[in-house]
Write a protein that binds this ligand. Structure first.
Ligand code: NAD
Length: 499
């Protein structure tokens, strides 16, 4: 059986703890590798080595660090197919979707190539007699990235790009379900010129995460995963005096107004609801048609589209629209939630429970499922299902639909489909959600904006990537300098204006 270790000081090293997690091929249900789970000694060693490497890397001029990002980006591009395959093998998503996973991460690296301009400080000449004032942004030191299974390339790149280009060293703890892509990315970063030790990939579970949270050398923690873990990590990191930004789960609603182009809305819901088997934090899991006529017409358009969807292993190429979910436990949980939806009175319009794929009978597949007449008290509405299940909640008015989104505990993404600019504008302005799409179902901002939800979808102040990420991974230092030529001030005991 293949064993996946860690990437420490520019080398693959086997795990020493004797503890492993199973890495599945979700399409066959078979264990395809064992990934090492680091212990505290392995983690402490990786952090101590990263601390030494950071001293040199942090003092390297920004332009040189930007050049490493340029070479890194070129290598990611050149290895796009290999990286995508690695994503598909462990995650199960289709190859085109896996390429998108790599591409959206690469775009963050592209922005990091322009990092010298992001890291410029400020300067005020003659702020007072002989006094100049300036600020600079300095790296934090050693930081950590803890990432989820569902974007094995994109989210590690969102973490490592801004952190490393700003001059930090990083301990990256990828998901134990999909660990291999992070290791390949670290190898490519080394090939691009990143000094050994600056990026350490330490595989593990809660034990290593807790070690990161308690280690005094770690200055900041960037986490992405489910809400309960995000909240836990945010609390423990903050108690230990670390910066933390922790992005959590979601329940994203899409409003469909009576004036919307319903074919376009239905197509959008198919992609956003079922793409990647619904395992996206920006997936639309709740459709909110406004008015009974809109709802009936929308359901009529969705059903044939859903019935045409092909589910299977990524190796079937273009014959597959989406793949399996990540684990047996996840499959069973989703099936259980579908059962609960029926028991609680929702109308099951398309049932994906009994999907069997020839040759892949043990794979973790769930077919595309559609519910109508879902109400906010049902478990399928309250929980993040993270599977190919779309719930329809009918609303009688725009205000009722908007209130549903506003009252939801999550606030990652949302969308409205309408032909009316005033309604769209009102929605974008009033909704309490971090990322909003207008006739656009998955509004993941481009890499020169920033990504982050509101409410229980994010804990911490700054967003991921873009300008916020450079602020998160640097500290501001402000210098007030005075030179005495021509100034005759004596000792000053009181605060006063600098004039
Ligand atoms: P998860 O919370 O189970 O795991 C995320 C990371 O936390 C992994 O590295 C895992 O090893 C670690 N972890 C798990 N349990 C832990 C514990 N008890 N203590 C310490 N560390 C622990 O999430 P997942 O299942 O890998 O990913 C899916 C979730 O991530 C979904 O909820 C999805 O919405 C969310 N997500 C959010 C965003 C975002 O930007 N908001 C992006 C992608 C995914």
């Amino acid at each position: 059986m293949k064993e996946i270790g860690h990437w420490i000081n520019g080398k693959l090293v086997p795990g020493k703890s004797g503890r492993f997690a199973e890495v599945y091929n979700p399409a066959t249900g078979e264990v395809q590798a064992h990934v090492a789970l680091a212990n505290q000694d392995e983690l402490a060693y990786a952090i101590a080595e990263a601390e030494k490497a950071q001293l040199v890397w942090g003092a390297t001029n920004p332009q040189r660090r930007a050049r490493v990002m340029m070479a890194f980006g070129a290598l990611i591009n050149a290895n796009m197919d290999k990286l995508a395959e690695l994503v598909s093998v462990e995650h199960g998503k289709t190859l085109p979707d896996a390429r998108g996973d790599v591409q959206r991460g690469l775009e963050v690296i592209e922005v990091c190539m322009g990092l010298p301009s992001q890291l410029k400080g400020e300067y005020t000449d003659s702020a007072g007699p002989g006094i100049d004032l300036y600020s600079m942004r300095q790296p934090l030191g050693v930081v950590a990235g803890i990432t989820p299974f569902n974007f094995p390339a994109m989210i590690p790149l969102w973490k490592m790009g801004p952190a490393l280009s700003a001059g930090n060293a990083m301990i990256l703890k990828p998901s134990e379900r999909c660990p291999s892509t992070s290791i390949m990315l670290a190898q490519l970063a080394q090939e691009a010129g990143l000094p050994d030790g600056v990026l350490q990939v330490v595989n593990g579970d809660k034990e290593v995460v807790d070690g990161i949270l308690d280690n005094p050398t770690i200055q900041a923690v960037g986490f992405v995963g489910s809400t309960p873990i995000a909240q836990y990590i945010y609390g423990r990191a903050a108690t230990n005096g670390k910066r933390a930004q922790c992005f959590g789960g979601a329940k994203n609603h899409m409003l469909i107004m009576p004036d919307a182009d319903l074919d376009k809305a239905a197509d959008a819901l198919i992609g956003a609801g079922y793409g990647a088997a619904g395992e996206r934090c920006m997936a639309i899991s709740v459709a909110v048609p406004v008015g009974q006529k809109t709802a009936d017409a929308l359901i009529e358009k969705l059903v044939p589209r859903i019935e045409k969807l092909k589910v299977g292993p990524y190796t079937a190429g273009n014959d597959v629209d989406f793949g399996p979910v990540i684990t047996k436990a996840s499959q069973q949980r989703i099936l259980g939630l579908i059962d609960s939806g029926i028991q609680q009175g929702a109308k099951l319009v398309v049932d994906g429970r009994n999907l069997k794929i020839q040759g892949y009978e043990n794979g973790f597949f769930v077919g595309a499922t559609l519910f109508d007449n879902v109400t906010p008290d049902m478990e399928i509405y309250k929980q993040e299902i993270f599977g190919p299940v779309l719930s329809t909640v009918r609303a009688d008015s725009y205000e009722e639909a908007l209130k549903l989104v506003i009252d939801n505990e999550y606030g990652n993404g949302t969308a409205i489909f309408t032909a009316d600019g005033d309604t769209a504008r009102d929605f974008a302005s009033r909704v309490n959600v971090g990322m909003v799409g207008i006739n656009f179902p998955i509004p993941v901002p481009l890499s020169y904006y920033t990504f982050g939800g509101w409410k229980k979808s994010a804990f911490g102040d700054l967003n991921q990537y873009g300008p916020d990420a450079f602020r998160f991974y640097t500290k501001t230092k402000t210098v007030t300098a005075r030179w005495f030529s021509g100034i005759k001030d004596g000792a000053a005991l009181n605060f006063k204006a600098l004039d």
